[in-house]
Structure formats: C-alpha cells, structure tokens
Design a binder for this molecule. Structure first.
Ligand SMILES: CC(C)(COP(=O)(O)OP(=O)(O)OC[C@H]1O[C@@H](n2cnc3c(N)ncnc32)[C@H](O)[C@@H]1OP(=O)(O)O)[C@@H](O)C(=O)NCCC(=O)NCCS
Length: 173
C-alpha cells in the first residue's frame, strides 16, 4: 500500500537513474534552490570520493547528459526514542537504529510538478531496499526543508520522527 504511493510518473519507462559521473552536465541543473544546485556542482563529486555520500541523477533515456533531478544516499542512525509509538515494536531500545539518509533531493525547475520528484523517492527506496539485503537498514530518513516540502514526503508515505524538527522516515519492508 505505502509502496504504491511511491510509484512515480513514468508510464513509458522514459526515465532512468544512475550514479553521478563526469558525463552528466551539472552546470545545466537549476532547481530554484541555490544550496542544492551548488551541492551538485561543487560538493557531490568530492563527497563520493571521500565516502560521505553517493549522488544519483535522473535523466531521460533519449538525453542521458541532462540532469532532471538528483539526490544523495548515505549511512546514518537514529535513536530508538524518536520512533513514533508502536513503530519500533520488537526493536532493541538500547541500540541505535540503522537508517539511510536521503539528502539533497531536487528536480530541475523545467520539469517540477510532473511526478518526477516522487519517482526519485521511489528510486531511493528501491536502491535502499536492495542494499538492505546485505546490510542492516531499518528505514530511509529525510530532513524536509520546510513545511511545504514536508507534505511532499508525507503524501508519499513518509512519517514524522519525534525530537527532530522535520525529520521523516519511511520503513523498509
Ligand atoms: C520538492 C520537489 C523535489 C518535488 O518534486 P516534483 O517533481 O515537483 O514533485 P512531484 O510532481 O513528484 O509531486 C508529487 C506529489 O507531491 C506534491 N508536492 C510536490 N511539491 C510539493 C511541495 N513543495 N509542497 C507540497 N506538496 C508538493 C505534489 O502535489 C504531488 O502530490 P499528489 O501526487 O498527491 O498530487 C521539487 O519541487 C524541488 O526540487 N524543489 C526545490 C528543491 C527542494 O525543495 N527540495 C527538497 C529538499 S528536502
């Protein structure tokens, strides 16, 4: 059910994601958020080299250099006490809960509002679910920029964690 909410718009399979590399045109990407755009241009490559985060880019199959969207994944952990009541049943209360942090998510302004943001969320959950077969991952977490963006995540099935301003989680199945 929750997984269904994450299905993004791509009926004809026109779009793909892959790890950011030199072939992608970072300078042509503009999301309307300068910090995120600058991250893609100046920091994403370094972060991959120093083991801090891996950036994934979204592109149309017919134009693989043009970045339509991106996000990063990195390892993180949360305190058991931040899970909403009932969510942490059967988890050991005295240990950190392993999660993957979804960061820096942005869609190019020219294609915002067409379902591609949700497609990126679905992609991040899919990659993390695959990884969770080889290392322990309880959930994907994200820090929403503001209250409006928080709605974008909650509509897709993310729930709030306690004790954080706008940190949300999506439990992997
Ligand atoms: C936020 C962002 C990633 C959303 O991507 P998008 O492709 O425009 O969103 P989608 O078209 O996939 O929208 C999916 C759903 O979220 C809703 N939504 C999208 N942006 C929203 C926003 N800012 N506030 C509230 N709801 C939003 C849509 O209405 C849609 O809901 P529905 O399917 O129930 O009708 C994109 O607008 C963006 O890059 N913004 C600038 C950078 C940013 O704020 N990044 C967030 C970092 S935490």
């Amino acid at each position: 059910m929750v997984q269904e909410k994450l299905e993004g718009f791509d009926p004809d399979g026109q779009f793909e994601t892959e790890v950011l590399s030199k072939k992608h045109d970072r300078n042509g990407f503009h999301s309307g958020n300068e910090t995120l755009d600058r991250y893609l241009k100046q920091i994403a490559g370094q972060d991959a080299k120093r083991g801090m985060a891996i950036a994934y880019v979204l592109f149309a199959k017919h134009d693989p250099q043009t970045i339509l969207g991106f996000y990063t994944l990195s390892c993180n952990s949360i305190n058991f006490k931040t899970l909403p009541e009932g969510a942490g049943k059967k988890l050991p209360e005295n240990r950190r809960i392993p999660v993957v942090l979804l960061g820096q998510l942005a869609i190019n302004q020219s294609v915002q509002g067409q379902g591609l943001g949700r497609k990126l969320l679905a992609d991040a959950v899919k990659i993390t679910t695959e990884a969770s077969k080889q290392l322990g991952i309880y959930a994907v977490v994200v820090d929403a920029l503001d209250e409006e963006v928080e709605k974008f995540y909650t509509r897709a099935g993310f729930s709030r964690l306690e004790d954080y301003e706008r940190r949300l989680f999506f439990r992997l199945k």
